[in-house]
Design a protein around this ligand. Structure first.
Ligand SMILES: [Zn+2]
Length: 136
C-alpha cells in the first residue's frame, strides 16, 4: 500500500519495522532523532509562529517620528533593520538575530545623533558654566 505525503503528495516509502506509518514525507517532516543537534530548533521548525506583529518596527517608527528623523536616510535605515528583525521573528538563528539587533542599535544611535535640541543641552550648560568661570 502506497502512502503519500499529506503536505506535498510525495510517495512515502513503505514503513520499516514497527514504527507508526508516516503521514508526511521525510522532506516535510524530518525524522526527529536524526536532526543535527547543532542546528537551533527554531530555525528549522516548520510550524512557524504566526507573526503577531511584535511591534518592534512600530516602536522604532514612533521613536524616530517623535525625534523628527523618520524621513532621514538614517531613519530609513533603522526602519529597514527593524522590519527585517520583526519579519524574521522566530526564523532567525540566534546569531543572526543578535547581529541584526546590534546593527539596529547602531543605526538608531546614528539616526538620533543629529536630533536638534535634545542631546546637547547638558554640554551647552557645561560650556556656559566654563565660560562664566573663565570670565570671572
Ligand atoms: Zn512531503
Amino acid at each position: 500500500m502506497d502512502r503519500s505525503c499529506a503536505q506535498c503528495g510525495a510517495r512515502i516509502p513503505p514503513q520499516q519495522g514497527s514504527a507508526r506509518p508516516r503521514k508526511f514525507c521525510v522532506t516535510c517532516r524530518p525524522s526527529r532523532n536524526r536532526g543535527n543537534p547543532r542546528v537551533i530548533p527554531m530555525s528549522e521548525s516548520s510550524e512557524k509562529p504566526k507573526s503577531t506583529g511584535s511591534g518592534v518596527a512600530d516602536s522604532y517608527r514612533r521613536r524616530l517620528d517623535s525625534a523628527g528623523v523618520l524621513d532621514t536616510p538614517e531613519g530609513s535605515h533603522v526602519m529597514l533593520l527593524a522590519s527585517l528583525l520583526e519579519d524574521g521573528m522566530g526564523s532567525h538563528t540566534a546569531a543572526g538575530a543578535a547581529s541584526l539587533s546590534r546593527e539596529l542599535r547602531a543605526a538608531m544611535e546614528s539616526a538620533l545623533r543629529d536630533v536638534p535640541g535634545e542631546p546637547d543641552v547638558v554640554d551647552e550648560l557645561e560650556e556656559r558654566r566654563r565660560q562664566k568661570a573663565a570670565g570671572a
